[in-house]
Design a binder for this molecule. Structure first.
Ligand code: A2P
Length: 418
């Protein structure tokens, strides 16, 4: 029999370089290390990707959710994708193309339909939920893209850490005037810094969480705020110049900024009365906690708000952004726990130490299905916080893995770390 073998077709997983904000979430999420990047693009290796979809729900922009039917032997290579400025058009397949793995060759195919990201697609390894809490408001995402950014005007920029400290963290207020830019607490935006990178290409967008609530930094105004730490060192402590953070921290009133987004559809606060928030953050990771706290504060007297418990880590009090305004909040409104790691004369403490110290309160809140947990800040604290939550639960004889699964399934445990 000399019948020609059918041409094998691959549903190739691709990332849209025009929408991707290079936040690294997909690369961190991929359970088989199929995603990689260079200074230009994030790309999917067709030789490794098994179409498990684990990376799809966490992607804040949806740029990850792109697929092309290609002849397997002609799949776009990692090198091809790294050079792209935009996704290629779908090419017509040859008439003898056969979808699926013919001849015993497994062709990876997504387990769920692209675009229908489901909670069930989350890998057990993902520490947080891939769905928002049930009562979250519906977010708008991707209203403005790299090709169609929106211009915002700087209406405020001031430092929120002690002037004599190493941590230069700024509170920056951007106004959108008459242009629509609807947001929710927990969402982020992308900033397009001006200029070009070492290869002469325009800089990619950098992602920042909102520090203000949905109705504006100033209630009733079409503005929002960001909490931006000036980057002067890389993660290893070597000198490094953060392109976008330095640009933002140096802006002055009436400067204009190119913005894309909004992004994020899971790290959202619950909206039902009596929902409790446990907020755990370090440094500039306090932005979404400020947004949620301020949203709740504005609801005092208008609705039955639940309990707010905050664990906030910083080197010293003077390096803790918003220290002054935070300490002025009523204690019966928010339970504030400051973990200071380098305060002279005090023992070094991290947020996870305080979670253990406040075990009874944390346990009480965790026992309430109205409680949602938000973690934002240094990547390193992710494991520490999970361990502390587990210890708190195990101490009372409960099974952490059952509760952890429920928290993820019900959209009640969210991480945003970097
Ligand atoms: P440290 O003094 O050990 O650096 P930063 O100022 O660098 O943004 O960090 C904010 C706070 O987070 C600091 O107090 C820092 O402590 C602390 N921190 C560093 N690593 C961890 C970690 N793995 N878990 C919790 N907190 C951490």
């Amino acid at each position: 029999m000399n019948a020609p073998l059918p041409v094998e077709v691959l549903k190739q997983h691709l990332i849209d370089p025009e929408i991707c904000i290079r936040c690294n979430t997909c690369e961190e999420t991929c359970p088989v290390d199929a995603i990689t990047h260079d200074s230009n693009n994030y790309v999917v290796d067709p030789e490794i990707c098994n179409g498990c979809m684990a990376c799809v729900p966490p992607c804040p922009t949806g740029s990850i959710d792109n697929w092309r039917l290609v002849v397997r032997a002609e799949a776009y290579s990692v090198q091809d994708q790294l050079g792209w400025e935009e996704l290629p058009q779908e090419k017509p397949l040859p008439p003898d193309a056969a979808a699926g793995g013919e001849g015993g060759q497994a062709t990876p195919a997504p387990q769920a339909e692209p675009g229908l990201a489901q909670a069930a697609a989350v890998t057990p390894a993902a520490p947080g939920a891939a769905v928002p809490p049930w009562s979250a408001a519906h977010p708008y995402v991707n209203l403005y893209t790299h090709k169609t950014p929106i211009t915002a005007t700087v209406v405020g920029n001031y430092r929120v850490t002690g002037a004599d400290t190493e941590s230069d963290i700024h509170h920056i207020v951007l106004d959108f005037g008459e242009q629509p830019f609807p947001v929710l607490e927990g969402q982020s935006i992308g900033i397009l810094p001006p200029g070009v990178d070492a290869q002469g290409r325009p800089h990619h967008a950098r992602q920042y969480s909102l520090a203000s609530p949905r109705d504006g930094e100033r209630a009733g105004y079409n503005n929002l705020s960001l909490t931006v730490k000036r980057v002067t060192q890389d993660h290893g402590g070597a000198a490094a110049h953060g392109v976008c953070s330095n640009y933002l921290c140096d802006l002055t009133r009436n400067d204009t900024v190119q913005v894309i987004g909004p992004f994020g559809h899971t790290f959202l606060m619950p909206n039902h009365p009596q929902a409790n928030l446990i907020m755990i953050c370090t440094g500039a990771g306090s932005a979404p906690m400020r947004a949620m706290t301020e949203r709740s504060r504005r609801l005092i007297g208008t609705a039955d708000i639940g309990k707010l418990m905050l664990f906030f880590g910083a080197r010293t009090e003077r390096e803790l952004p918003y220290f002054g305004p935070l300490m002025k909040l009523p204690r019966d409104f928010i339970d504030i726990n400051l973990a200071l790691s380098r305060e002279p004369g005090q023992p070094k403490r991290y947020v996870q130490d305080l979670i253990r110290e406040r075990a009874a309160h944390v346990r009480g809140l965790l026992a309430d299905r109205n409680t949602c947990i938000y973690v934002c800040g240094l990547k390193g604290m992710e494991v520490g916080v999970l361990d502390a939550l587990r210890d708190v639960v195990v101490q009372s004889g409960e099974d952490w893995s059952i509760l952890h699964d429920a928290l993820r399934r019900e959209g009640r445990l969210h991480f945003e770390t970097y």
